[in-house]
Structures are given as structure tokens and as C-alpha cells.
Design a protein around this ligand. Structure first.
Ligand code: OAD
Length: 259
């Protein structure tokens, strides 16, 4: 039995069916039903088990490279074992009807791409986009150990840069760092241009990513919120579907295609 309110689902499906240029803004909740922890979930989000100051800042990496690299390698292992869920697959299927359908994601996993979505902009970088901490050149060829997913306490020295000998870091945005410029430009262009925004699985507390829902709204987009909880984005939402992404997105797509 579905937990989604039928009236809300009908209202959201009507908005989606009428849209010419839908887009999505996704966060960690998008991948929750794939078994990847969110950051701020009451029931064991990553930032309730670990301190971002010790793991997700340039200073943390300078202080203890083995701890930081090991933690990210654990997350690389978890994502490698995870599968895209029915929500990722429904978003990929939206591109059959709206070929320009674009996804702006805060997620550093690759589940949108693995589900088949082609137009994805990663605001916070990617877990597998390694680069040198010293000279910033990209680094390829790192093999995630087969048992990495089993060991959240993994400590591992990072590989060294082939050009300058510096330490390799994960290509994710850490606290205190700027967002990468090209994805930011791409994301703002997409979201200014959309006429409907699906805001899925984000707590709306991390800026500037959270501001992008407001940007789309100011440019005239309708907003459908998909999140079991209320967030700062609730005030912008034309419809709030209070359920998990993997449950509600296939229902939404199905109903929009049949309306
Ligand atoms: P958060 O962990 O802050 O928020 C996850 C949101 O997903 C919450 O609002 C949950 O209610 C919701 N949620 C949980 N399960 C869900 C489900 N099955 N379907 C839909 N929604 C669900 O994640 P983000 O908002 O993505 O930064 O966090 C933003 C940034 O903070 C991340 O990108 C990360 C973190 O520090 C970097 O890595 C730079």
C-alpha cells in the first residue's frame, strides 16, 4: 500500500504533464533507498556519526590524510556496491518524453548516470574524480579495494601525483571550498530555464545549492517537493509529496504519462 497522498500525487502529475521544460534538483535522500546514508537524517546520517571538521575540509586532509582518504575510499566502496533505485530510473525515463530533462545534483555518487541520465550537473563534485591536492591535476587509475565498503574505519594513505608527487584527494567539494565553476554555471542556466522543478531529497540547508530552488521559482518554475520531511523549500512548493523518492517518482511518472 502506497503512503503517498493521492490528491497530492494527482496535482503533481498534472503539473508534470503540463510542463515543457522540467528539471530536478537532487540531494542525498535521492540515493537513500539505494542504501547510501544521507548526511543529516535523524536515524544515522553521516554527520551524526562523524564530524565534518575532521573529514570534509582542506585542513582535515592536511592534518590526517590517511583518515580522510580512507573514509572517502569507504564511501567509494559503498557507492560501487549500491544500485540506482526506482527513483533514479524514473528520472532517467523522463528524458524519453523530455529529451532536455536536466538534473542538478548535490550528490557525489554516480547513480543518476548509472540509471541512464545523460544531462547531470554535479554541484559538489564526484567521489571518483580524483585530483592532486597540491597541483590540482586530475589523477586516474586508483583501484578501490574490494572490501572497502565493509570498513567505515578504513585508514589509507592517498596515492601520489604522477606530476608533482603531491597527495591525491577526492574530487568533492569540502566545507570552505568554492563550488566548481562550470557545473555551477551549467546548473544555474538549466534551472533558470526550467518551467517545473522537482526538488528531491535535500534538507535545503547547504548553500549555495539550496538557493537554486528559489532561483528556478523566481524565474517562474512550479515546484514539486519530494521529501518525507518539511524543509526550507516547503514554502516554495506547489505540491509536497511526503514520501521516499524511489516510491513516489515511478508513481508520478506513470500518472503523468497517463494524464
Ligand atoms: P541531507 O542529508 O542534508 O538531507 C537529506 C534529505 O533527504 C532530508 O531532508 C531527508 O528528509 C530527505 N530524505 C531522506 N530519505 C529520503 C527518501 N527516501 N526520499 C526523499 N528524500 C529523503 O542531504 P543534502 O541536502 O543532499 O555536501 O546535503 C547537502 C550537502 O551537505 C551534501 O551535498 C554534502 C553535505 O555536507 C558535500 O558533500 C559538499
Amino acid at each position: 500500500m502506497s503512503s503517498v497522498n493521492k490528491g497530492d500525487l494527482r496535482a503533481a502529475a498534472t503539473l508534470l504533464a503540463a510542463s515543457n521544460r522540467p528539471a530536478a534538483l537532487t540531494g542525498a535522500g535521492m540515493s537513500a533507498e539505494s542504501g547510501i546514508s544521507t548526511f543529516r537524517g535523524a536515524d544515522g546520517g553521516l554527520w551524526s556519526r562523524w564530524s565534518p571538521e575532521e573529514l570534509a575540509t582542506p585542513d582535515a586532509f592536511r592534518k590526517d590524510k590517511g583518515l580522510v582518504w580512507g573514509w572517502y575510499v569507504w564511501r567509494m566502496g559503498v557507492v560501487a556496491q549500491a544500485r540506482p533505485n526506482a527513483g533514479h530510473r524514473a528520472l532517467a525515463a523522463l528524458a524519453e518524453r523530455w529529451p532536455e530533462f536536466a538534473i542538478v545534483t548535490q550528490n557525489v555518487d554516480n547513480l543518476h548516470e548509472r540509471a541512464g541520465s545523460a544531462r547531470v550537473s554535479h554541484l559538489h563534485g564526484g567521489l571518483y574524480e580524483h585530483r592532486c591536492f597540491a597541483c590540482a591535476r586530475p589523477h586516474s587509475g586508483f583501484e578501490v579495494p574490494a572490501d572497502a565498503a565493509d570498513n567505515p574505519q578504513l585508514r589509507l594513505q592517498p596515492p601520489r601525483c604522477r606530476h608533482c608527487g603531491g597527495y591525491i584527494r577526492p574530487g568533492v567539494v569540502w566545507f570552505g571550498e568554492q563550488l566548481p565553476e562550470a557545473p555551477w554555471r551549467q546548473s544555474t542556466a538549466w534551472l533558470k530555464n526550467c518551467d517545473l522543478l522537482l526538488v528531491i531529497g535535500t534538507s535545503a540547508v547547504v548553500q549555495p545549492a539550496a538557493s537554486l530552488a528559489g532561483l528556478a521559482h523566481r524565474h517562474g518554475a512550479k515546484v514539486i517537493l519530494i521529501n518525507p520531511e518539511a524543509t526550507e523549500h516547503s514554502a516554495l512548493a506547489d505540491v509536497h509529496l511526503k514520501a521516499g523518492a524511489a516510491e513516489v517518482l515511478p508513481l508520478l511518472l506513470d500518472q503523468a504519462n497517463n494524464s
